[in-house]
Write a protein that binds this ligand. Sequence first.
Ligand code: GUN
Ligand code: ZN
Length: 423
Amino acid sequence: MRARLLSFSREPQTPDDTDSFRYIEDGALLIEGGLIRAMDDFDRIDPAEAEIIDHRPHLVMPGFIDTHLHFPQTQVIASWAAELLDWLNDYTFPEETRYADPELCAAMAKAFLDLLTAHGTTTAVAYASVHATSAESLFAEALARDMRLITGKVLMDRNAPDALRDTAQSGYDDSKSLIARWQGKGRLGYAITPRFAITSTPAQMEAAQALAQEHPDCHIQTHLSENHAEIALSCQLYPQATDYTDIYACYGLLRENSLLGHAIHLTDREIGALAETGAKPVFCPTSNLYLGSGLFNDAKLRAAGLTNAIASDIGGGTSYSMLQTLAEGYKVLQLQGQRLHPFRAFHWITRGNAVALGLADRIGTLEAGSEADLVVLDARATPAMALRMARARGLMDELFTLQVMGDDRAVVQTYIAGRAQKG
Ligand code: GUN
Ligand code: ZN
């Protein structure tokens, strides 16, 4: 493949930290067996070695990584609600009951993964519904595409409609058999998924704890401290816990491969407790703005030593695009006097999220040995972007144009394990 190439080897510290990435104007990627074999100047690669796909003048980067979104909320986006708990009860829970139907799950799994790849996302960490069949369908569809995907059946045994509740025992049993079938198969991983404290009884939290202990390699995903009513109800339901974070800590659910959606309204005690465990807060900017949940304090969590991931949170989130996610993330941080530099932004949705998932040796860069998940970007995709780009002063302006104005229209092509996904 011939194109302009950009790949980060560590997080950029400042706008001038150009040693943190490799940018090759006339670059070549040698791809074989779904892996990147070499990344170099085009004139240093023997063209006889491979068929050349020419993506000049576009920019090729590692495919985007979305660390938190909900498969059964594909048709919930843009539901008009006052705040999180109303939105869940009025729209989201009723919608998720539809995922008891294996035929619907199979059709929606195709649509969901098509949408992700159309937006340049090549790895996703998704919540399925409470039904085992929803996770099963998503795994099967990702396997058919050789796509890297982490998902898990949601555990929820209270404060939800009858049709959306499992039990501590059935949730454990279903998770166990899904793990046996899918964890580590192809490029798939399982996430143990207690939805959040409100929808799990203490007995179910104990079951989640047992799953976590029995499967240290599985990710754990849940929601934490998204809005004030949610925090108050969680603490009321678990009166013995010091605070919301302590609920998950008590059940052994906080560790390096735990992903905590939102993590907005944390006390200093909670931030310290999280830092001790290595759990990963997940910034969901479009969702946090849309549901009016609050402003994620990236700088404060980072200063405490935490590694933050970033995600779309479809369908509380409003865009599948990690570019739009960065656009809204930028504004959330601006409101707090924190400036997200475009180099750090693009590191975040590629190698940064890979680090947060513990997968930086496989995805998130264009280095030799990485899996060949790629996005091909055009910063002149729309007339307005082309006019902005006519005045661009270099790579940083190009990236910022993509970040502020870009969406799926800027994604020319997406490759998964070396295979083009767009027609
Ligand atoms: N908290 C518990 N479930 C959900 C969900 O589906 N979306 C969001 N944004 N927050 C949640
Ligand atoms: Zn969520």
